[in-house]
Write a protein that binds this ligand. Structure first.
Ligand code: M6R
Length: 361
C-alpha cells in the first residue's frame, strides 16, 4: 500500500519523521539507551564493520562517530572484498554487520568468517527474522518497517540512528562522555524527527534542482568529514534510480584528479553544513566554480550566507548538531535522486538490473 504516494520510494522517504521517532523510542528510556544486556564497549579495542551498498555507507558514517566520539578505532569494508582477503581480526575486536534484508550473501559470508575470530558478532538489521540476525550474538533491529523501494531510504536513516546510539553508548562505556553530555545528545536526537519534517518541506527546491540536473550525463558529489560517506550515498541513490553516472569524492581529493572532469556540463553537489570543516569545503567549491562547474550546495542558512552568490543553486536545511547532519542531509540526497528519476521517467521502485535483496554473490 503506497498510502496515496505515487511510489513506494516516495512513501518511504516521507514517512521518515514518524519512522525515526518510533525507531528511536524503541531504544530510549528517559536518558538511558536501552540495549541488550552485556552490550558494553569498555573491553573493546576495535570494531570491524562490514556491509554492502547503502548499508556500507552507514558503516562508513559510523566510523566517524565511533572514532571521534568514542575514541574507538573502526575498520570498515565492503563485504565482497573483506570476505576473501583473510583479514586478521585482532584481539578484543567486535565485528558488526549492517544489512537491511539480513540476507545479503557477501555480508553473511563475512559474518561467518568472523565467527570464532572476533570477541562477538553484532548485527544491525531491518528484518529481525533474517539469517544475519540469527547468526549474530546480538542483533539490533532498526525498526524501519518493511522497505519496498529497491533504493534504500528509511532503512539508511534508521541504520544511522542505531549506529549513532551505539557510538554514544561506546563513548559513555569508555568514559568519553558524561551523563549530562549523553542527555544532551539524546535530546538532540529526539528533536530530529521534527527537523526531518522541516527538511522535507524544502522538497520543492530540491525538485527544481533535480529537474535541472536530470539532463546531465555525470554528476559529482563532494563532502568532507561526516558528509563524505553521505556524498557516496547520494551518488549511489542517483545512479540506481535515474541512471545518471554519479561519483563521490572527499572534497580534499578534488585536486588529486577529479577536478579534471569539471566543466559546465558536470553539476557538482556539495553537501556542507556550517561545521568546523565548512571553510575548507567552500574553498573546494570555489575551485569548482572557477572552472565553470555548476554547484548545488546543500547547507544551512549560515552556510548559504557564507557561500556567497555565485552558487548555481542552494538547498537550505535547518541547523542541527554537526553530529546529526548525516541523518538530516540524507533526506535531500534521497529527494534529489527521486525527482531526477521522475524527470527521466525511469522506474523508481524497480530500477533496471537491481534486486531488493542480493542473495547471490
Ligand atoms: O539488504 P542489505 O542492506 O544487505 O543490502 C545491501 C545493498 O544491496 C543495498 O543497500 C543496495 O545498495 C540498495 N539498493 C541501495 O539503495
Amino acid at each position: 500500500d503506497k498510502s496515496g504516494y505515487k511510489h513506494f520510494m516516495a512513501k518511504e522517504i516521507w514517512e521518515q519523521p514518524t519512522v525515526l521517532a518510533d525507531a528511536l523510542s524503541a531504544y530510549l528510556d528517559g536518558d538511558d539507551i536501552v540495549l541488550p544486556e552485556g552490550l558494553d564497549f569498555s573491553e573493546t579495542d576495535r570494531v570491524t564493520m562490514v556491509a554492502c551498498g547503502t548499508a556500507y555507507f552507514a558503516c562508513l558514517t559510523a566510523k566517524y562517530w565511533f572514532e571521534t566520539i568514542a575514541g574507538l578505532p573502526v575498520e570498515t569494508d565492503v563485504a565482497s572484498e573483506f570476505r576473501y582477503r583473510e583479514p586478521p581480526i585482532p584481539d578484543r575486536s567486535t565485528a558488526l554487520f549492517v544489512s537491511q534484508s539480513g540476507e545479503t550473501a557477501d555480508t553473511l559470508a563475512a559474518l561467518r568468517y568472523c565467527r570464532g575470530k572476533a570477541d562477538r558478532i553484532l548485527s544491525v538489521v531491518n528484518v529481525a527474522e533474517s539469517s544475519i540476525a540469527r547468526e549474530s550474538d546480538i542483533a539490533l533491529p532498526i525498526h524501519a518497517g518493511v522497505e519496498i523501494g529497491v533504493a534504500s531510504t528509511k532503512a539508511f536513516t534508521c541504520q544511522l540512528n542505531v549506529l549513532y546510539l551505539l557510538a554514544l553508548k561506546a563513548a559513555s562505556d569508555r568514559g568519553r562522555m558524561t551523563s549530562e553530555e549523553l542527555a544532551t545528545a539524546l535530546a538532540e536526537l529526539r528533536a530530529l524527527p521534527g527537523v526531518f519534517n522541516a527538511a522535507l518541506d524544502r522538497d520543492a527546491s530540491v525538485a527544481e534542482a533535480a529537474r535541472a540536473m536530470a539532463e546531465a550525463r555525470d554528476v559529482l558529489f563532494l563532502g568532507r568529514g561526516l558528509m563524505y560517506p553521505l556524498a557516496h550515498e547520494g551518488a549511489l541513490k542517483l545512479k540506481e534510480i535515474s541512471y545518471i553516472h554519479a561519483e563521490a569524492y572527499a572534497s580534499g581529493e578534488l585536486k588529486h584528479g577529479p577536478i579534471a572532469l569539471i566543466d559546465k556540463a558536470v553539476p557538482v553537489v556539495v553537501m556542507a553544513p556550517n561545521d568546523h570543516l565548512f571553510d575548507k569545503t567552500v574553498s573546494n567549491m570555489q575551485e569548482v566554480m572557477a572552472r565553470g562547474g555548476q554547484v548545488l550546495l546543500i547547507t544551512d542558512a549560515t552556510g548559504a550566507e557564507a557561500a556567497g552568490e555565485d552558487v548555481w543553486r542552494t538547498v537550505i536545511l535547518p541547523e542541527v548538531s554537526p553530529r546529526l547532519t548525516p541523518l538530516l542531509y540524507a533526506l535531500p540526497a534521497q529527494l534529489l535522486a527521486y525527482h531526477a528519476a521522475i524527470a527521466k521517467g525511469t522506474d523508481v521502485d524497480q530500477p533496471r538490473n537491481l534486486a531488493k535483496s542480493v542473495t547471490v554473490e
